[in-house]
Ligand binder design. Structure first.
Ligand code: F6P
Length: 533
């Protein structure tokens, strides 16, 4: 049977790969290239002209996307079909940001009413915390809100809360605890008071070891401070799909915010998992975030692939990854508020497209998801940009920059923006030094520049949705299921077994010699007192 990588569109792209000129020559040949290879959608202006592609490349990439069935698959997602086949679930985070009178039916059940009801409950709750009406057990106003969650129940809300700090509430400090490393929660508890701290325990499954361990530690800390058992209701709320586990944990289900199994963990910030965002910026701001994402959804659902921004960015990624030898993608936000964006996109992209088996169960014979990494500019320039400019690897870069800052230090902003534009220019053009090879910059290195006027909730919503749909399109092209994450399961099982070995008496002997020795070393040393030399 012919594999995808021997399909007509794939072959045509392989044959065409060497025929594309350098970026420098492409710009010389076409004075209108920058305007032809850019798009403005939902408040985001994206210049993708600094990618080594010509019109033939773009039409072959679009043909590849069509051949893979991107449009049909996209329509199936929006229609609520169970496209997450290995978990037999619909994928409908887009329904969370519709906020229209559209009636959504999932598996025969009308869900729009339930979505609206949870939004209303989030509004009541976040208003109460922000206004000071929601008080701790001693009657004092809440000053600190701690989200306890991990993966999708942490990365999205944490990234958005950081990005939208300028819209934050004066009295409230937001904290995020995710790691089971006790240092994470210990540092937060050091800086907070039990009677003015509210914990949001966020877990889709409410079975995640890290989250439940941290939540138990937080509850014990509250009670150890002298708070009565009834105080838990004033200091703990939960966000989950699992009502019985929330009740079993001891959180009043009246203080539980629900979501549904058709919302994937890494796509859940639009659901009640976004509660910390609503608390920080207010529910109006949260709804603007949803509206920004919805504007991108409409564009993705309606625009032809040729002018469809998520599809274009996805196919450029496929071009670099499958035909030009790239293996990673750098995210370089030239905006300090977006400093958590690379970490957020790591889960979105790598948990979605880090797969090597097709939906049909076959091993792929082509590269799939890229390694996603990044740091805000200009810090990255003084660290790893050397490798981008003169290293041997081709690393496509997404530069994200705001035209207006939230602060008044316009001189800083001019320098920041100049650096952003200079980097993409340098990567593209390089500069030749015939006499000194070590000063030679080859150039021809790809980048996209994403311009945002001002980092508002709506603009951020559109940006996140842009990446979500980009990842979706790539998953379809690679014939993989972007919506499961079986790859994280084995490690969880083994950790449970090793926890038991650590707790048991006698030497560990059931693992390989390396793992046995590591367990035994830990057991022998963990209670040793360090004696100063
Ligand atoms: O282990 C991976 C994962 O399942 C992610 O997909 C998810 O976002 C995270 O764990 C947290 O899961 P939960 O919200 O159920 O605690």
């Amino acid at each position: 049977m012919a594999t995808f990588s021997s399909s007509p569109a794939w072959r045509a792209l392989s044959d065409h790969s060497d025929a594309v000129g350098t970026l420098h020559s492409l710009f010389e040949r076409d004075p209108h290239r920058a305007s032809r290879y850019s798009l403005e959608v939902a408040g985001l202006f994206v210049d993708f002209s600094k990618n080594p592609v010509d019109d033939t490349t773009m039409s072959l990439l679009t043909a590849l996307a069509r051949e893979a069935g991107v449009e049909q698959r996209r329509d199936a997602m929006f229609a609520g079909e169970r496209i997450n086949e290995t978990e037999n679930r619909a994928v409908l985070h887009v329904a969370l940001r519709e906020r229209s009178s559209n009636k959504r039916i999932v598996d025969g059940v009308e869900v729009s009413g339930a979505v609206a009801a949870v939004l209303a409950k989030m509004r009541t709750f976040s208003d109460a915390v922000r206004s000071g009406a929601w008080r701790g057990y001693t009657g004092r106003e809440i000053t600190d809100v701690v989200n306890i969650g991990i993966g999708g129940s942490d990365l999205g809300p944490r990234m958005v809360c950081e990005a939208l700090k300028p819209y934050g509430h004066e009295r409230l400090s937001l904290h995020f605890v995710s790691n089971v490393d006790g240092a994470d929660i210990a540092e937060v508890l050091k800086r907070t008071n039990p009677d003015t701290t509210l914990f949001i325990v966020s877990s889709k499954t409410f079975t995640t070891r890290e989250t439940l361990t941290n939540a138990r530690t937080a509850r014990a800390w509250l009670l150890a401070s002298g708070a009565p058992e009834e105080a838990v209701a004033k200091h703990f709320v939960a966000v989950s799909t699992n009502t019985s586990a929330v009740a079993e944990f001891g959180i009043d289900t009246a203080n539980m915010f629900q979501f549904w199994d058709w919302v994937g963990g890494r796509y859940s910030l639009w659901s009640a998992i976004g509660l910390p965002i609503a608390v920080q910026i207010g529910m109006d701001g949260f709804e603007q975030l949803l509206d920004g994402a919805h504007a991108m959804d409409r564009h993705f659902a309606e625009a032809p692939l040729e002018r469809n921004l998520p599809a274009i960015l996805a196919m450029l990624g496929v071009w670099h990854q499958n035909f030009r030898g790239a293996t990673s993608q750098l995210i370089a936000p030239y905006d300090n508020y977006l400093h958590r964006l690379p970490a957020y996109l790591q889960q979105l992209d790598m948990e979605s497209n880090g797969k090597s088996v097709t939906l049909g169960g076959q091993r792929v014979d082509y590269a799939t998801g890229a390694v996603i990494w990044g740091e805000p500019g200009t810090n990255g320039q003084h660290a790893f940009f050397q490798l981008l400019h003169q290293g041997t690897a081709v690393i496509p870069v997404d530069m994200i920059v705001c035209m207006r800052p939230h602060h008044g230090l316009s001189h800083h902003h001019d320098i920041l923006v100049a650096n952003c534009f200079a980097q993409s220019e340098a990567l593209m053009n390089g500069s030749a030094s015939t006499s000194e090879p070590h000063r030679n910059f080859e150039g021809n290195r790809p980048s996209n520049t994403i311009c945002i006027d001002l980092l508002t909730p709506a603009a951020l919503g559109a940006l996140i949705a842009l990446y979500e749909h980009k990842v979706f399109v790539q998953g379809v092209v690679w014939r993989i299921n972007s919506f499961d994450q079986w790859g994280v399961e084995l490690g969880k099982q083994l950790a449970t077994a090793i926890e038991a070995d650590i707790a048991a008496s006698g030497e560990a002997s059931t693992h390989d010699s390396s793992t046995n020795a590591l367990i035994n070393r830990y057991r022998a040393r963990r209670n040793q007192t360090l004696v100063a030399a």
